[in-house]
Ligand binder design. Sequence first.
Ligand SMILES: Cc1cc2nc3c(=O)[nH]c(=O)nc-3n(C[C@H](O)[C@H](O)[C@H](O)COP(=O)(O)OP(=O)(O)OC[C@H]3O[C@@H](n4cnc5c(N)ncnc54)[C@H](O)[C@@H]3O)c2cc1C
Length: 483
Amino acid sequence: MKKVVVIGSGPGGSSCAALLASRGNDVTLLEQNKFIGGKCSTYEENGFLVDTGIHMFARGPSGPHGIVARELGVAQPWLIRDPSETMWNNDRGFFYLHQKLNSPGAMLDGAKAVLSRRMEVDVLNTARRSLKTFGLPGLLKELDGVRRATPSFVAKYDDVTVRDFLLQFTEDERLLAALNCLSMLLLVVPYEQASAGEFIDSVAGIFRHGTLGVPRGGAIGIPRSFMRAFKRDGGKLVLGVAAKRILSEDGRVTGVLGSDDVEYPADVVVSNAGLKKTVSMAGPENLPSEYVEYVEGLKLSYSWMAVKLFLSKRVVDLKAPSFFPIPRVHPDKIFEYCDVPGGLPEDPFLFGPMPTEWDSTLAPPNHQLIMIGVPTSNEVDQEERSQKMLDIGLEKFLGFFPEVRSHITATSRITNKDTNRITRNGTGECIGLAQVPGQVGSSKPSPKMPLGGLWAVGCDAGARGVGTEQGTASGMLVASLIN
Ligand SMILES: Cc1cc2nc3c(=O)[nH]c(=O)nc-3n(C[C@H](O)[C@H](O)[C@H](O)COP(=O)(O)OP(=O)(O)OC[C@H]3O[C@@H](n4cnc5c(N)ncnc54)[C@H](O)[C@@H]3O)c2cc1C
């Protein structure tokens, strides 16, 4: 039995702590906030249950969250809608994205979209370009590779950007624009920077399972289910106490000093605080200088902010309850504004899930909650710009659904400052490390840090996948490596 201190209760920390406790270790979990879940949490506002982020879970119960809950033997109910997303790609109407491309509903909606030319994709030129790159047998093999996303196929594209990968198949601007938006949605990195290996793995995972969904009761349902098992198995959860320092002697961790000035002794310390902060808590002088330099140079993901609209009645009734308007902007320029100081989007890509359409228990009866997400950089000192971006996003959304305006009873907003308030990293990234070439697959930082007994867990260490799923997958990996 090992004495373990886990720092942080995000999806990575909470899953790892619960798995380690269930396997007989003596585990204490320190969480600096008074609530669990990190960036994957839920709170009450205006009588609604509202997520801290803007959450959608790629593989739902089939992914790491469900796998861990089943291993721990705890209930974690999921809600799944099919079709799940409504896309707007031109001025001709809505296009519905189904969970399985080959389901009868998906084929019918696909046929309708093609017949009405709703997708506006230049199919002929795309086919011509794909054949020119691969030849027919090569193209069939490549498409099958994308569908199956085996580890070796994914690894082949880890160090290629999503944009370069796609340009092998198409130059169609509308298709590239939609897929750049998907890259920002899933990996929170624009497609000219994001890793194609991660993108293929994430997209294939969604369509393979067809269980994209949300946990009942909000995002917190995931860490809460892990924490139920954790407490059942004797784990000690300490809320409102930050780890100040990771203590070590002769190249091995000995424990953690908390903000309550209590020393929590440990043979093993697992940090969910992000690699950069973990290096600083462990003391750079206790780690090899080349490792410290390497971690300093790692790039963080971009971010999302949101306006949350609380409505007095159910106003928007879409066949698929998340709304994605693809901007009418050149695909390479959609997210350019994020990196320009003071830059604002002319026509922003929006992520507009309506959580109460997935889970009506989040609101008083017959009320509606709408989130309007807008992508941004990870900087936290851009509050004025953030508010302007959200104003632009809100107006764009209301342009599609003008009837919403007169039923708004309250609004609230989250920006990078709020994300940083949760993590206290000094940055507002959505995910953690950016899933870009050189930082994924075999180049992903190892969870084993170069100080005896110190492990990193969460989106910065060891795993793949979309947001929270990457965190929980890392929790599974680290728990098995420690045991
Ligand atoms: C706006 C927004 C939208 C998002 N949308 C999605 C989505 O749709 N789907 C999806 O899957 N993911 C989404 N994500 C991303 C997802 O929330 C993160 O990828 C995930 O929560 C990261 O998990 P993690 O385990 O790495 O740690 P985190 O969630 O970052 O948790 C880290 C924990 O460590 C704690 N901590 C840090 N330092 C200390 C310390 N010194 N002492 C004690 N505790 C400490 C923090 O308080 C926190 O609880 C979104 C995020 C945001 C912000």
